[in-house]
Ligand binder design. Structure first.
Ligand code: NAD
Length: 331
């Protein structure tokens, strides 16, 4: 039994010694053996998008929790304590294959976080990074390298909500086999200079649908797979989303009750939870992290402006692109 009574000597004034007796103060030994509820210690974690925003925040947390973290990004991720940085371009199959050659054979926890807004990159690149790369890495490498008891979590987006209603738009892309098969379906879906904001939405809907339709295959092997849908967050991508909706003020207005954007760590924390021992009975789940905004839409207190098809070819014509842009510029 631990001896819980401590006597403190506390110098209140130069002449007075105050004795404090405390029942609740934990002995040093107990402090050092606090239970590791998350269970990341010494596990191999791979994080994509680790150089910035949510990926960087998640990597820092995992290092703090004692994991061996491999940080993947096209930009250098200088994060103290990581096991290694691996440069990768997720829009390029050969680059992904080369990156996985440098990664360990066993990956306990995979965090697919990297992504593009579609504002600065073309339609094909946006969908390739946000969807094709994640599906390719999962089917080619994670099926073999994540062991029983491991888990996989992706960051998608609230922009990918309503995915279940519009599967008819993207099901050929979703179901295509292999990198080349997916690229070929993508090219049939939209031109390279198609409307970027819709590339974002369709790619995120594809990822949500992918997890929903495939988590059971992994569950059979005792591997969990979930996705997290963030609302607007103050990351490297913020300026691009502000441009898309006309201004910073509009972005904050759309954020709803929070009255502010989320910070990167407010997305990294629930994601790290989803892939941890704390979530051992959670799989196939899409966690919405939006300060209640989607719930307001469900109870019809807020209009869901994204409940629309985004795959029509007409969206990519010059005229429609111009009309959409004019509508956005009007604020
Ligand atoms: N910021 C938001 O408002 C918001 C909202 C919902 C979802 N998301 C999603 O969150 C995820 C993380 O983004 P973030 O907001 O932290 O933005 P961010 O721009 O700060 O980070 C994205 C990271 O992905 C990396 N990346 C992009 N293209 C890559 C490529 N081809 N190869 C390798 N790495 C690449 C970037 O270098 C960057 O480090 C993305 O999937 C994004 O779509 C963001």
């Amino acid at each position: 039994m631990f001896f819980r009574y401590y006597v403190f000597f506390f110098k209140a004034t130069p002449n007075t010694i105050v004795f404090l007796l405390s029942k609740n103060f934990l002995p040093r030994k107990e402090l050092n053996t606090l239970k590791d509820y998350f269970g990341y210690k010494d596990l191999t974690c791979v994080v994509t998008g680790a150089a910035s925003g949510m990926g960087k925040a998640a990597t820092e947390m995992l290092v703090d929790l004692g994991a061996k973290v491999y940080a993947l990004d096209m930009n250098e991720a200088n994060i103290p304590g990581i096991a290694g940085f691996v440069k990768v371009n997720l829009s390029d199959k050969a680059s992904i294959d080369a990156a996985f050659e440098k990664l360990p054979e066993r990956i306990d926890k995979f965090f697919g976080i990297a992504g593009l807004s579609g504002v600065k990159t073309d339609y094909w690149t946006t969908v390739t990074v946000n969807f094709i790369a994640n599906k390719y890495m999962t089917e080619t490498y994670l099926t073999k390298r994540v062991p029983s008891g491991g888990s996989i979590a992706f960051i998608t987006s609230t922009g990918g909500l309503n995915w279940e209603k519009y599967q008819w738009e993207y099901k050929k892309l979703l179901n295509a086999n292999g990198w080349e098969g997916m690229v070929s379906e993508l090219h049939k879906l939209a031109p390279q200079d198609g409307y970027g904001a819709f590339a974002y939405i369709i790619s995120k809907r594809c990822m949500n649908a992918y997890v929903a339709r495939n988590f059971s295959r992994f569950a059979e092997k005792n591997i969990r797979m979930n996705f997290l849908m963030p609302a607007s967050t103050n990351t490297g991508m913020k300026a691009e989303f502000s441009k898309l909706v006309g201004s910073d003020a509009n972005l904050i207005k759309q954020a709803g009750l929070a009255g502010r954007l989320a910070e990167s760590k407010e997305m990294a924390e629930p994601l790290v939870f989803l892939n941890s021992d704390m979530a051992s009975y959670i799989t196939g789940y899409g966690m919405i992290v939006d300060y209640g905004d989607t719930t307001l839409k469900v109870i019809k207190e807020k209009k869901d402006l994204q409940n629309l098809p985004v795959g029509f070819k007409i969206y990519h014509t010059k005229l429609v692109k111009k009309l959409i842009q004019a509508y956005i510029d009007k604020g």
